[in-house]
Ligand binder design. Structure first.
Ligand code: NAD
Length: 477
């Protein structure tokens, strides 16, 4: 049991101000507690926000190159602990260890280095006509993150915010806070000035809401459920706090009639089942030509069969457990609802490892586009196959969603695929399974969110624009 009794405020590890029962961090593969972390209070949030405010002037006055040196130091500190991070994230989230290093650690390591480079290279000032346009840090940032890619989501906020000259109070997910605490150790070792980065632990309604509503917080950057995002937006409205939201999705992968069906089946199952389906950009709706359904169905069933659930610490495992008990119950309820809806069960059921939060990889076919299976985010290894009549119908179905985060198009004709991609109301589209690009903007249309993360676009979210009008030269007499 790894008990953590301290939080990180003002450059020091401190005990929370009030004694409260600690929060258990549970290994989803065993359902056993592996650590306890403090349940903070609004008083800790206030202390952390005050520390971030006090540090802001000096941090934002550093040159971008000086800030970049700290970020580079943090990148190196994380690199030195990369194996430890992968094991830690596997034990708190359940991501199979073989994928964890690539999915959960390599991206954040790259991103810290990337923001060091961007901070050093970025044009924080430019001229338009007689105006000097200055990009200034927004100020104190509240970063609230979920449990599915814990270090990645923290990095997507903290690294660009620090690069931009902001200071941060982070509240990681209460069910998977251990990698964030390790990051705080690395940041401390890197010698970041006191108060520039602060970390409090606790739940959403208590600690999260205290942070979101705190008057010293200038901007909230949130990743998580659409329901919590709406609540946070309402809480930010009275003070018109700047807001970035990265919320849920129900992303569609469109298989065009000329696609390589076997490759599409394999690629879409992978894009859906990655991290046991707990990925906001997972491709959870597979749109196929009605005339090719019978041909595609067995290909998808075969691809799903290669994702047997198993111990995430085993190198051979491709599908780990669901990350926590609450999520397990949601996923099981969605599968039961799918079975009751009359959709065809293409893959699912079978024996599962005992003791942890496991569900079988599940595929439904002939899914009604109006059913909850096709419309609601499940956040588990559940794929829905929906049939379409023609290309226009495929685009209409893809866009018939409250969400608009990601998607895919599969075709032998890349230009045709791009034409379809342009018609999709979504923040990103992968052609023929093209991989995630951490330098490209990531974020959603509609109820998938506000703003963009990653690359230079992610850093721009943490900058305010100021126009300074310079005096015009005197007119010639
Ligand atoms: P959640 O949105 O409740 O929690 C995410 C983070 O927000 C956590 O740190 C939590 O403590 C905090 N939070 C929750 N309510 C808050 C509030 N009112 N004010 C401030 N902070 C608050 O997510 P969850 O309940 O753990 O997961 C439920 C669903 O969320 C999943 O089924 C999935 O659909 C979705 N989800 C999406 C993402 C994503 O990357 N977009 C990530 C995780 C979960």
């Amino acid at each position: 049991m790894q008990d953590r009794e301290h939080i990180y405020i003002g450059g020091a590890w401190v005990r929370p101000m009030r004694e409260a029962a600690p929060l258990a961090v549970v290994n989803p593969a065993t359902a056993r507690a592996i650590a306890r972390v403090p349940a903070c209070s609004g008083e800790d949030v206030a202390t952390a926000a005050a520390a971030a405010r006090a540090a802001l002037a000096a941090w934002s006055a550093l040159t971008p190159v000086q800030r970049a040196a700290y970020l580079q130091q943090i990148a190196q500190g994380l690199k030195a602990r990369a194996d430890e991070l992968a094991r830690l994230i596997t034990s708190e989230v359940g991501t199979p260890i073989k994928q964890c290093g690539r999915l959960q650690v390599a991206g954040p390591l790259y991103a810290w280095g990337q923001y060091a480079r961007l901070a050093a290279e970025f044009a924080f000032e430019s001229e338009v006509g007689h105006s000097l346009v200055v990009r200034e840090p927004v100020g104190v940032i509240a970063a609230i993150t979920p449990w599915n890619y814990p270090l990645h989501q923290v990095t997507c906020k903290v690294a660009p915010a620090l690069a931009a000259g902001c200071t941060v109070v982070l509240k990681p997910a209460e069910t998977a806070p251990l990698s964030a605490l390790l990051l705080a150790e690395v940041i401390h070792a890197a010698g970041l000035p006191a108060g520039v980065f602060n970390l409090v632990t606790g739940d959403g309604p208590g600690v999260g809401e205290a942070l979101v509503t705190h008057p010293e917080v200038d901007m909230v950057s949130f990743t998580g459920s659409t329901a919590a995002g709406k609540r946070i937006a309402a809480l930010c409205a009275p003070s018109v706090k700047r807001l970035a939201l990265e919320l849920g999705g129900k992303s569609a992968a469109v298989v065009l009639d000329d696609a390589d069906f076997a490759a599409a089946a394999k690629g879409i199952v992978a894009a859906c089942f990655q991290n046991a389906g707990q990925t906001c950009s997972a491709h959870t709706r597979m749109l196929v030509p009605a005339s090719a359904y019978a041909q595609i169905k067995p290909l998808v069933a075969a691809a799903a069969a290669s994702y047997a659930a198993g111990d995430p610490m085993d190198e051979a495992t491709r599908l780990g457990p669901i990350a926590n008990q609450r999520q397990l119950e949601r996923v099981r309820a969605a599968i039961a609802q799918g079975q009751a809806s009359g959709a065809e069960l293409v893959a699912g059921g079978g024996p599962l490892p005992t003791g942890g939060f496991f569900v079988a990889p599940t595929v439904f076919g002939q899914v009604d586009p109006a059913s909850p299976l096709a419309r609601e985010e499940i956040f588990g290894p559940v794929l829905s196959i929906i049939s379409y009549r023609d290309e226009a119908h495929a685009v209409a179905l893809a866009n018939d969603s409250d969400y608009g985060l990601a998607g895919g198009v599969w075709s032998a004709d890349v230009q045709r695929a791009v034409r379809v991609a342009r018609q999709m109301r979504t923040g990103q589209v992968d052609i023929n399974g093209a991989p995630f690009n951490i330098q490209a903007p990531f974020g959603g249309h509609k109820q998938s969110g506000l703003g963009r993360e990653n690359g230079v676009y992610g850093m721009e979210e943490f900058l305010e624009l100021k126009s300074i009008q310079m005096p015009l030269p005197p007119k010639a007499a």
